[in-house]
Design a protein around this ligand. Structure first.
Ligand code: MG
Length: 367
């Protein structure tokens, strides 16, 4: 089965409520869909959101990188040559992690379809059921308490609290939410680079000293502040997870070796695709460092690929943060992975199992 063409489409789904972090506010899930055509008429699907302030990638830059730079290297290749295709994708251009991730998702979809098996089985098998946490957007305390209680009433057992706007308000937010819901839910904090290392130690020691128990604190400091992450890890008991500091497998090796992080957050859009995510999961497991699988604010094509990876790498990926599709008002993708609040169920169709995608707007590059 040979790759014959690559085309693009757009998929937009309105959010149930706006998504707010220390870095941005978003109203819709907007994915670029990458469709790989083959000489057998089988299609492979991948996708990527535009996350300029996280990855540096926009839908325009992703299309350019795929259409003008990476695509010509893989057109004509046989999908059975998975490793060779991924090597071409990874080495055709530096950076551009979202373009590589979207392409690799479509390639792995086709590769599993070639062997008529669900992707997670091709990646080693596992349980086709996952349970995700849900994001509580940063807001005023009453709104965050209401959102947290709503999520618990919907069956979520783990809440990921977004903070990082200003330190004293953040401490108050975390304390109030912990007071209200800690007996009913596990709490994770995501500061999204909003604090300095010293602020983090101050805030976390204060919270720890008044009995606030958190499963982890994610990326409190700027992405390039590895010394800051280590400074924090040495001074607080709450496990520290690297997110924006952990893009590539090489960065993860540095984080582990320097003792800067206790947990690694893997996202396909950061690490440049499934082939690299597998490397991170494996090298973290070798060091007894657990991984989270996360996603951007993105829909169910890319997140399905992350779910298949998590199912197959369960011994390494023990924390699941794949709530992107469940934040949308509906799922336009028919077949494959079912995202129902905290419950993620992988289908048994070949590849990602996608049967149809509603509301696809075909794009012609350049647009
Ligand atoms: Mg994060």
């Amino acid at each position: 089965m040979k790759i014959t063409a690559i085309r693009f489409a757009k998929l937009k789904v309105p959010l149930i409520t706006p998504f707010k972090t220390a870095m941005r506010t978003v109203q819709n899930i907007t994915d670029l869909v990458v469709i790989i055509e083959t000489d057998k008429g089988v299609l492979g699907y991948g996708s990527a959101p535009s996350t300029p302030i996280i990855t540096g990638d926009t839908h325009g830059s992703i299309c350019y990188a795929i259409n003008n730079v990476i695509g010509p290297h893989i057109i004509g290749m046989d999908i059975e040559d998975l490793n060779a295709i991924c090597h071409k994708i990874q080495h055709a251009i530096v950076a551009n992690s979202s373009a590589k991730a979207a392409l690799e998702i479509a390639i792995y979809d086709l590769w599993a379809k070639r062997f008529d098996a669900p992707l997670y089985k091709m990646l080693g098998g596992g349980k086709p059921i996952l349970s995700t946490d849900v994001t509580i957007s940063v807001d005023h305390i009453e709104k965050m308490l209401a959102d947290a209680n709503l999520a618990i009433s919907q069956g979520f057992e783990i809440l990921k609290i977004k903070i990082g706007t200003d330190i004293e308000n953040d401490i108050e937010r975390v304390y109030s939410i912990h007071q209200d819901v800690a007996k009913r839910a596990t709490l994770r904090l995501d500061v999204n680079q909003g604090w300095t290392a010293k602020q983090t130690v101050y805030a976390m020691q204060k919270l720890e000293n008044i009995g606030v128990e958190l499963e982890l604190i994610e990326q409190p400091v700027k992405s390039n502040d590895i010394n800051g992450l280590r400074y924090i890890s040495e001074r607080i008991t709450t496990p520290v997870m690297a997110d924006e500091s952990a893009f590539s497998p090489l960065q993860v090796i540095d984080l582990i070796r320097s003792g800067a992080a206790d947990i690694i957050n893997i996202k396909l859009m950061k690490c440049a695709g499934l082939s690299q995510a597998i490397k991170i999961a494996d090298l973290a497991e070798l060091h007894d460092i657990p991984c989270m699988i996360g996603c951007m604010l993105e829909g169910s094509i890319g997140v399905a690929a992350a779910a298949h990876l998590a199912a197959a790498k369960a011994s390494s990926i023990s924390l699941i943060d794949l709530d992107g599709p469940a934040l949308g008002q509906y799922d336009p993708v028919v077949g494959g992975v079912d995202f129902n609040l905290s419950n993620i169920t992988l289908g048994q169709g070949a590849g990602l199992g996608i049967e149809r995608i509603n509301d696809l707007q075909e794009l012609t590059w350049p647009f």
